[in-house]
Ligand binder design. Structure first.
Ligand code: PLP
Length: 401
């Protein structure tokens, strides 16, 4: 366990608006005036920092949010993007060129998997999918074309734990960039402290927490963030995944309650995981001692924030999973919906939704079976009541007696 507390860093992040407003005014401009054309020239030449030119490049509200996210991940700098996918694609295309290769965990979010498998080859970028715990295979695949090791800290949907310190050792040995998607574990895991070079989030999920917008971020060194935003060569500048400043402002407000929410998501998920296990249900939750990566996660996490809000159960067959989800929605356990990190519980069957981009054969190989139901556990104050409701649903579909 680590004693780093990202919430204290965010607590100390105070922004004074133009008029001393505690929530600074939201940037309502796409372009910015210059008093002198020379200053504008310097900015284009990359010689000037700290002033704003055009909102796709940077805008004040996005900068406030980005600076707060850099505090969260304890990195030198960050940028925000219009989606998690925008953050991932900009990062990859900044680092790789035609002929380069990436080594990626095979258990990643389906959209990222589809980007890597179907889209990047169009640009001559090849992705080798691996079991991210098999360090020997990873080292065997590395060649002078390899540029990135890519993983999710806690994988979607199987909740496998990546050994970030060991992956960092390999990536620094071969001078690669270790890119970690930390969407499932904000605040309780700080990949930078474990050796990651670049940390990505889909802000859409826990960090925003209200399922009302799509957004992303990249946290890294000042050097890499400057590369991404470079006017002439930067992927975020040139591909254009700019986050709207109104959304950036609302995400920044929500970020300040992230620590409270993560503790509650974790407490509720731990309670349900233990209770459902007692009923004889096969549960995947990293806070359970029986979880394959529990020990490893304990060595990596920041103390006091729990093990996150994601939990998976095995309903055995697709039909049972479907029936269970329908009944759970009727019984007000939560919503049958993709995504995660909402204050209400969300559930979906990953094999047929968020991970359906992964071919069936590969899904079977990685244990992503048809009967899995993924939960993003909400902030219910009366979690005992939620458990009783789930129990009733499990009984109705015949998963318990
Ligand atoms: N990374 C993970 C782990 C995700 O679960 C998701 C979305 O589901 C993404 C990235 C993509 O983020 P977005 O939907 O904000 O583009």
């Amino acid at each position: 366990m680590h004693h780093f507390d990202p919430s204290t860093e965010i607590q100390d992040y105070l922004v004074f608006g133009e008029y001393g407003d505690v929530n600074p005014s939201i940037t309502d401009s796409s372009t910015y005036t210059f008093l002198n054309p020379k200053t504008m020239e310097e900015l284009f030449a990359g010689e000037k920092e700290g002033c704003f030119l055009y909102s796709r490049h940077w805008n004040p509200t996005n900068k406030y949010l980005a600076d707060a996210l850099a505090k969260l991940e304890d990195t030198e700098a960050a940028i925000v993007t219009a989606s998690g996918m925008g953050a991932i694609s900009a990062t990859i295309l900044q680092i790789c060129q035609s002929g380069d290769e990436i080594i990626s965990s095979r258990t990643i979010y389906g959209g990222t998997y589809a980007l890597f498998k179907n889209f990047l080859p169009k640009f001559g970028i090849k992705v080798n999918f691996v079991n991210i715990s098999d360090f020997n295979s990873i080292e065997e695949i590395i060649s002078d074309k390899t540029k990135i090791i890519y993983t999710e800290s806690i994988s979607n949907p199987l909740l496998e734990i990546a050994d970030i310190p060991n992956l960092a050792k390999i990536s620094s040995k071969y001078n690669l960039k270790l890119v970690v998607d930390n969407t499932f574990s904000p605040i309780f895991l700080t990949p930078k402290h474990l050796g990651a070079d670049i940390i990505i989030h889909s802000l859409t999920k826990f960090i925003n927490g209200t399922s009302d917008c799509v957004a992303g971020c990249v946290c890294s060194s000042k050097e890499f963030i400057n590369q991404l935003t470079d006017i002439n060569n930067g992927a975020s500048m040139l591909l254009g995944p700019v986050l709207d400043s109104y959304r950036a402002a609302s995400i920044l407000k929500n970020l300040h309650s992230l620590h409270i929410r993560m503790k509650k998501h974790g407490e509720n998920a731990q309670f349900l995981a233990e209770k459902l296990t007692e009923l004889g249900i096969k549960v995947f939750y990293p806070g359970l001692k029986t979880h394959k990566g529990h020990q490893l996660l304990n060595e990596m996490i920041n103390e006091g924030f729990g093990y996150g809000g994601m939990m998976v159960i095995d309903a055995q067959t697709k039909d049972k999973a479907d029936e269970l989800m329908m009944i759970m929605q009727q019984e007000k356990v939560g919503y049958l919906a993709v995504s995660l990190g909402y204050f209400k519980t969300l559930f979906s069957a990953p094999g047929h939704s968020t991970s359906s981009e992964i071919p069936e054969e590969e899904r079977i190989q990685m244990g992503l079976t048809d009967g899995l139901v993924r939960f993003s556990i909400g902030l219910d104050n009366n979690i005992e009541k939620t458990f009783e409701r789930i129990k009733k649903c499990l009984f109705t579909v015949g998963l318990i007696k």
